[in-house]
Design a protein around this ligand. Structure first.
Ligand SMILES: [Zn+2]
Length: 104
């Protein structure tokens, strides 16, 4: 039951990440601005988008790993020391694979 809720949570998070990624990487349709200042802003936006996209990719990988661990029945086990992860922590950060001690 608990795991079912977690799975639903993780799948929701995954769908959200995918949607955000899709929005970021969508091909721009507006013409490139002629004004120099606008161009500078444009580049800055691209860099921000790139950084954000990378962040989302990492987040997505964590969520997918968590889903896999859930399926394998190792979800609550710390990937580093093997201790059971506090359920409170799992609820707060569904994609975590480390116990509080190893994460800090
Ligand atoms: Zn640990």
């Amino acid at each position: 039951m608990e795991n079912e809720n977690l799975k639903a949570d993780l799948e929701r998070v995954r769908a959200d990440i995918l949607e955000r990624k899709e929005r970021i990487t969508r091909v721009r349709t507006e013409p490139v601005p002629q004004d120099f200042e606008d161009q500078a802003t444009e580049v800055e936006n691209d860099e921000t988008k790139f950084a954000l996209n990378q962040e989302l990719t990492i987040e997505l990988r964590n969520v997918e790993r968590a889903l896999q661990r859930l399926a394998e029945g190792t979800y609550n086990i710390c990937a580093s020391c093997g201790t059971k992860i506090n359920p409170e922590r799992s609820r707060a950060i569904p994609s975590t694979t480390l116990c509080i001690d190893c994460a800090t």
